[in-house]
Write a protein that binds this ligand. Structure first.
Ligand code: MOS
Length: 749
């Protein structure tokens, strides 16, 4: 196809709807008869509910019903499965135990949201209190190896060269070692759109407008909770205002909205407040990682040991990242998890494992480079990994298409790395600003999931490209438009992307959702296959429909929206108008996944310049450059947006983000946008993003690997390394705040 739009810089096709307010989000729905739910949350961190006084709330104007553990809503249990590791397994209101501050203990239903909220404030709870165990740090030493799991994560893995008795021996035999502990606080997704749900039942059929990354999986989870067939649940989510992993699984407020609607026989809307979202939906676990690198004097990594502790197995920095980062003969990674913490449930959050793990590994590499007196790029280049690390050499796979060294080199050139004075605290600019630069590498596993895509032709001259995935702001709708144009040869404005509906052909969200940076990589190649099948159906329609001007003709072919046999040519819109065809096309699936003979991952290199005020410790990120190796880029504009967003998601944990958890109650003291700091525009410089162009055709015929979360991997480390270079101060406990810079001696932890 000439003039393919692949790699173009197409504006979001949903942009005009979003900026004019025409785009409808779940919470915008207000069906006839709608009533509103407001959550009541526990105000202790551990204990038992003795009684709840709901009398005053029941008497409040407009109140219809109040659900509590004494008047619960029926929900079937959570079946074992993948969600078990990432989601809450205890149904809301199912018992009188309070396991964490902010746990749901009630739902007030009223005619208006204000009435429900005001009535909720009148409810009092009598608790039998127990001391809360809410400090992650205090529990790190007691963390345990997680139970064996069906997932390839969390298990200790040791790889040793022939004759090396242990990882300790390998480290002891290394002429140079660095060891350090890096810590992350718990963090929150804080998607701008809250987890809104509007549920309507018709008999045993549920229609739910619900913000989710995975409409098909969401329907399955809800169907399980209500013991109805999955196709009785219709999830609608045409637009999603950010997910970041926080909307990959179904959370308590959504189950309660659906359960209350069923019980009351009226549509129910539940929209948790910003504060309530922090505890009633999942968040990122805190992490404690100790990395030890053993190297020869020339910078060859002889041994890597990466010990991680998190609150849950879903966050697995060791195995997810370190197995793919650098070449070494001797490797040990392990994860331990804390148990019995009185804190809300954790889940996946943007680049789960990889973001956290990369901070530790990429900072440790910087520390080793300084110890060796070697340039950080040179150290990384010397330890370039060309194949996967696995305990059994027979199962090691070569990387299909890895251009990380080119990322380093191109990034260094664009950023001006070569003029860098490697000595820390060597540049003082006017006004008292210490200037420093740092870099880090990034790796993100690339995968493709199962998907079905339908491409069909319509009498109005448009073609639909349909699959049940969500667009969280990633640009999926625009990717479908581009792939439709690429495959059918008609302009983008004649492609109608259809997503965000569980009744569409099941997209890459049947199990996990639009996540893992795999949606575009999964769907885009299948659009081409579905388009080819749809064209075949269209030609068949043209030659078999009695009213078609091409009826009975031979050699009919399709070109750029027209059908022709050489003598007669007709556009597909006119054809279908003539024949009465409404939706002629094909649904095509991705087919079985054959075991690969290559490993697939996207890579990147980040470069960062910071300015740190020598007196106040104020930190300003002044420049960033990121070079990305992700194969074919489908839409340069939305891809760039994803990488810039990912880099901002690295500046967040580096400098700002932290849940302040009160150790004795587990209360999150900053569960609001005033006190939970995230980078705003003033904190983010122009981010220079470059894409290499090396299609990975072993991965898919299109050659496009995922990239959404890649910007988040390593970017916090690049910032931290730049802060060290500027100040000579190594802060390993995130976020790096002015207070920490002012109280940490130069050169110290
Ligand atoms: Mo992302 S944490 O894979 O939604």
């Amino acid at each position: 196809m000439t003039n393919s739009p692949i790699g173009s810089t197409l504006n979001r096709v949903d942009g005009p709807d979003k900026v004019t307010g025409a785009a409808r989000y779940a919470g915008d729905e207000s069906p006839t008869g709608l009533v509103h739910g407001h959550l009541v949350l526990a105000t202790i961190g551990n204990g038992t509910i003795r009684s709840m006084d709901t009398g005053a709330a029941r008497d409040h104007t407009g109140v219809l019903e109040i659900y509590t553990p004494d008047n619960p809503l029926p929900l079937h249990g959570v079946p074992p499965g993948v969600a078990f590791y990432f989601s809450e397994t205890r149904r809301p209101l199912s018992d009188h135990e309070v396991r964490y501050h902010g746990q749901i203990v009630g739902l007030v239903i009223a005619e208006t949201p204000e009435q429900a909220r005001d009535a909720a404030a009148l409810i009092t709870v009598d608790y039998e209190r127990r001391p809360a165990n809410a400090s992650f740090r205090d529990n790190v030493d007691d963390a345990v190896v997680p139970e064996p799991t069906p997932l390839p994560m969390g298990l200790p893995i040791t790889i040793l060269a022939d004759g090396v008795p242990s990882i300790d021996a390998a480290l002891a035999a290394s002429p140079v070692t660095v060891t350090a502990t890096y810590t992350h606080p718990a963090r929150h997704h804080n998607a701008l759109e809250p987890h809104a749900a509007v549920a309507t039942w018709d008999g045993d059929r549920l229609t739910i407008h619900s913000t989710t990354q995975a409409p098909a999986a969401h329907a399955i989870e809800l169907a399980q909770a209500f013991a109805v067939p999955a196709d009785h649940v219709h999830v609608v989510n045409p637009h999603v205002g950010g997910g970041f992993g926080g909307k990959a699984f179904t959370w308590g407020p959504t189950y309660l909205a659906a359960a209350a609607a069923r019980r009351l026989g009226r549509p129910v809307k539940v929209v948790p407040t910003r504060e309530q979202l922090h505890t009633t939906t999942g968040h990122r676990s805190a992490a404690h990682q100790t990395v030890t690198l053993g190297s020869s004097a020339d910078g060859t990594l002889n041994a890597i040991r990466h010990l991680s502790v998190t609150q849950a197995i879903g966050e697995d920095p060791g195995t997810r990242l370190t197995m793919k980062a650098y070449a070494t003969e001797n490797l040990h990674v392990s994860l331990r998890v804390t148990t019995g913490l009185n804190v809300p449930t954790t889940t996946i959050l943007r680049a789960p494992g990889e973001e956290t793990g990369s901070f530790a590994i990429e900072c440790a590499m910087d520390e080793l480079a300084i110890e060796l007196g070697l340039d950080p790029i040179e150290l990384r280049t010397r330890n370039h990994l060309t194949h996967t690390l696995s305990p059994d050499p027979a199962t090691r796979l070569p990387y299909s298409n890895k251009h990380l060294i080119e990322c380093y080199r191109l990034g260094a050139r664009r950023f001006g790395w070569d003029t860098r004075n490697p000595a820390p605290r060597s540049t003082l600019a006017t006004g008292g600003w210490l200037v420093g630069t740092g870099m880090a590498g990034a790796v993100l596993n690339a995968s493709r999931a199962f998907t079905a895509v339908r491409v069909s032709f319509r009498p109005d001259g448009t073609a639909a490209v349909a699959t049940s995935t969500a667009d969280l702001g990633t640009g999926m709708r625009t990717v479908l438009a581009i792939m439709g144009t690429d495959s059918l040869g008609i302009p983008v404005d004649r492609i109608r992307p259809l997503i965000g509906d569980s009744r569409l052909p099941v997209g890459p969200d049947a199990v996990y959702g639009a996540q893992g940076s795999a949606a575009t990589a999964t769907v885009a190649p299948v659009v081409r296959d579905a388009a080819a099948d749809a064209v075949e159906e269209l030609i068949n329609h043209a030659v078999t429909e009695p009213r078609s001007p091409l009826h009975g003709r031979d050699g009919v072919r399709y070109t750029a929206g027209d059908l022709t046999d050489g003598a007669t040519t007709i556009g597909f819109g006119d054809l279908l108008t003539t024949t009465g065809g409404t939706d002629v096309g094909a649904t095509t699936t991705s087919g079985p996944v054959t075991p690969p003979s290559y490993a697939f991952a996207s890579h990147a290199a980040h470069f960062c310049e910071v300015r740190v005020h020598r007196l106040t410790g104020e930190i300003r990120v002044s420049r960033m450059t990121t070079v990305v190796d992700a194969g074919t880029i489908v839409n340069e504009k939305t891809a760039r947006n994803q990488i810039v967003g990912g880099v901002v998601w690295g500046i967040g944990p580096a400098l700002f983000e932290s849940a302040h958890v009160e150790p004795d109650t587990g209360r999150i003291a900053n569960a609001n946008f005033a006190d939970y700091l995230v980078p705003v525009n003033a904190d983010v410089p122009d981010v220079d993003v470059v894409f290499l162009d090396h299609p990975d055709t072993n991965f898919s015929p299109l050659g496009a690997r995922g990239l959404g979360e890649l910007g988040t991997v390593g970017s916090a480390a690049a910032v931290a390394n730049a802060v060290h270079h500027a100040t000579g101060i190594r802060v390993r406990d995130l976020p790096i705040t002015p207070e920490k810079l002012l109280t940490t001696p130069t050169g110290q932890a």
